[in-house]
Design a protein around this ligand. Structure first.
Ligand SMILES: NC(=O)c1ccc[n+]([C@@H]2O[C@H](COP(=O)([O-])OP(=O)(O)OC[C@H]3O[C@@H](n4cnc5c(N)ncnc54)[C@H](OP(=O)(O)O)[C@@H]3O)[C@@H](O)[C@H]2O)c1
Length: 310
């Protein structure tokens, strides 16, 4: 992790969908906690959450799952998004960061966060000020390392001028490759770890969501452009190509999608999200797979998806 930090498994666990965004009313805390425990058993020890997931419910759930097991998990959370009455707003004010870190520690039931990430840069606050406040959390011993999310190389450089950047989150998958042009090579040179989020294309690349009828009524993906019926139909060949490779290898499609992400760099860690211990097992086993040159070429050549990233 970062510049000589703690070692983590190359497949981690994203906890967002356990209480937020993906079928939040169908949440099953017992299953989610079992998924987190299975991840720890298998060495998928990077556990990612955020204060805004819920809001707050996800950190509370992760805190409950890690009670008595805290030392076995590399705990990553995020700050900088706040749930307003109808929509999320960004808040990078230093006073917000100072209050939010204490609230996160309380909900997570811990006295240290391994990786504290700025969820989004607040355009109203100079990044140097936000990052300066985040650096204070490290000096205060509340946090071990700092990360950014959805940023440009320029923003990483600005943050680096104030305090080291341990990790950067970016959406990376077979259908979201924007970060591969500049961010992934830059972070490799700077020994910054990349946390590839939504590496399964928010579930699409698993083949489970071929039609919007496959999504629960309160699921965020129903408003995601790529999951709109016309785009879903246009994107189907992407999931079919993944399935073809998986079938020929006798593995599951998510494993192919994940190993392609991991192949983007030795500093890239994937954080697939799931609330199922069985899927945790499947996803973690992806790190034992290697694609052939022919499979890589086929997947690399897939066309871009239909529908904007959101
Ligand atoms: N920094 C950011 O702004 C940001 C944004 C989005 C996400 N994230 C982080 O990244 C994590 C992962 O992203 P994500 O959850 O959006 O998308 P994802 O990992 O691409 O996909 C999650 C979906 O895939 C399904 N799934 C997972 N493993 C599976 C398997 N082996 N077989 C079949 N289905 C499987 C999940 O199902 P079930 O839910 O039914 O298990 C869920 O519907 C999040 O949990 C969060 O921690 C960060």
């Amino acid at each position: 992790m970062g510049q000589g930090g703690q070692r983590v498994g190359v497949v981690g666990l994203g906890c967002m969908g356990m209480s937020y965004a993906y079928d939040p009313h169908g949440r099953d805390d017992t299953a989610s906690i079992a998924a987190i425990h299975r991840a720890l058993d298998l060495g998928a020890d990077l556990i990612d959450t955020a204060d805004v997931y819920g809001p707050h419910t996800d950190e509370e759930l992760v805190g409950r799952a890690l009670a008595g097991l805290r030392d076995r998990g590399f705990l990553a959370t995020k700050v900088g998004f706040v749930q307003g009455a109808t929509r999320l707003r960004k808040d990078g004010r230093p006073e917000h960061i100072r209050a939010a870190v204490d609230a996160s520690l309380r909900r997570l039931g811990t006295d240290t966060i391994n990786l504290y990430q700025l969820h989004r840069v607040d355009p109203e606050v100079p990044l140097e000020e936000t990052w300066g406040a985040m650096a204070e959390t490290v000096r205060a011993g509340k946090v071990r390392g700092l990360g950014l999310s959805d940023v440009t190389v320029e923003q990483v450089r600005t943050a680096q001028s104030v305090h080291p950047v341990t990790a950067v989150q970016a959406e990376i998958s077979l259908w979201t490759r924007d970060a591969l042009t500049e961010l992934v090579p830059y972070t490799a040179r700077e020994s910054i770890t990349v946390l590839a989020y939504s590496p399964l294309g928010r579930g699409f690349l698993t083949g489970r969501f071929a039609s919007s009828a496959d999504l629960p009524a309160d699921d965020y993906r129903l408003v995601n452009p790529r999951f709109q019926p016309k785009n879903l139909a246009a994107n189907r060949p992407l999931a079919e190509a993944v399935r073809k490779v998986a079938d020929s290898r006798g593995v599951a499609p998510p494993q192919v999608a994940l190993v392609w992400v991991l192949a983007q760099g030795e500093h890239v860690v994937a954080i697939p999200g799931t609330k199922s211990a069985h899927y945790v097992e499947e996803n973690t086993a992806a790190c034992e797979l290697a694609l052939t040159a022919q499979e890589t070429a086929l997947l690399d050549a897939l066309p871009p998806p239909s529908g904007a990233r959101q």
